[in-house]
Structure formats: C-alpha cells, structure tokens
Design a binder for this molecule. Structure first.
Ligand code: PNS
Length: 162
C-alpha cells in the first residue's frame, strides 16, 4: 500500500471525516483526500473553500495531501497513480450506497480496491448535511466539527444573511 485516496464531498469536513483521515493516514505512505467538485450538485462551500478548510485541518499530517477532482473517481485514481480507495462506514444505512460505489469503481477498474474504516461510535450519525442544518439554525456544532470549521460555517451563513 503506497498511495490511497479518501474521496468525498466534504461539505464541510466533519470530525468523523477527520478521524478517518487520521486513522487511514497511519496505514499508508501517502493519503490523498479527493474533494469532489460536483457540477451537478450544489454545495454550501465552494470547491476552493472545502480544499482550503481541509488543508488547514490536516496541516499537522505530513503524508496527507488535499486535491480536488471532477468526473469519475477511477480517472482521478489513475491520474494520481493510486489503486486504493478509503471510505468510512458509519451505520447500516451506508451499506447500499457504499457497496454500489465500491462495486462500480471495481468494475470500472478491477485494479482498484476499496477498504472501509468503521467510524467511531460517537460519529455514527454525524454527516455534513446534519452539520449544515444545525449550523443554519444557529445550533451548536462544536462537538461535530473542528473549531476552524465552526468559524467557516459562521462566516458562510453570515455572508448569506440567513
Ligand atoms: O462524501 P460523499 O458525497 O459520500 O462522496 C461520494 C463520492 C464523491 C465518493 C462519489 O460520489 C464519487 O466518487 N463521485 C465521483 C463520480 C464517480 O466516480 N461516480 C462513479 C461511482 S457511482
């Protein structure tokens, strides 16, 4: 195992994502966090903001690199010469989507494998969409995201005047 890719939307990165980044970075030489720039899906944070935030959150992890990608994950994997995908697995509700993703990627490129890190108990029901919603209505997200992310969320919603 040399280079692995941890792909996702990270809109924004949660403590659950950070936990997976830290744990998987210990198992590979080089971890690329691939941030999807999805032109078909609107996101709260721009691709530049999501990348910048992840860079700030991972600045102490020397073997972690943050890159954005668009299009197929398998094409990005080929571009960065990686054949291992990392994904987090929270609860049984993740199963259908994750198996579909892993099987599709493997069928598109049989050299690509996906390995799953089981999320810590406390992050089982944590998602970026929950974070966005709680923050939108002024709820406390300090247990869900890093303090830097709390500031990003505050600034974003203030700039949107919601
Ligand atoms: O954080 P998310 O939204 O659960 O991550 C999903 C992601 C980005 C890993 C997935 O949507 C993806 O890889 N998209 C890129 C397009 C692609 O390769 N699709 C084929 C597999 S269905």
């Amino acid at each position: 195992m040399k280079t692995a890719v941890y792909p996702g939307s990270f809109d924004p990165a949660t403590n659950g994502h950070l936990d997976i980044i830290k744990r998987s970075a210990c198992q590979v030489e080089h971890l690329i966090v691939g941030v999807l720039n999805n032109v078909n899906k609107s996101s709260l944070f721009t691709i530049d903001e999501r990348v910048k935030l992840l860079e700030a959150l991972t600045q102490d992890l020397p073997n972690v690199e943050i890159r954005s990608f668009s299009g197929l994950l398998v094409d990005f994997m080929e571009k960065v010469s990686a054949n291992l995908i990392i994904r987090g697995f929270r609860a049984v509700s993740d199963f259908e989507f994750e198996i579909q993703l892993a099987q599709t990627n493997h069928s598109l490129n049989p050299n690509i494998e996906t390995i799953f890190f089981v999320t810590k108990n406390e992050y089982s029901f944590l998602s970026s969409s929950v974070v966005r919603e709680v923050a939108l209505y002024g709820g406390d997200v300090s247990q869900m995201v890093h303090p830097i992310t709390v500031t990003y969320l505050k600034d974003k919603y203030e700039s949107m005047e919601v």
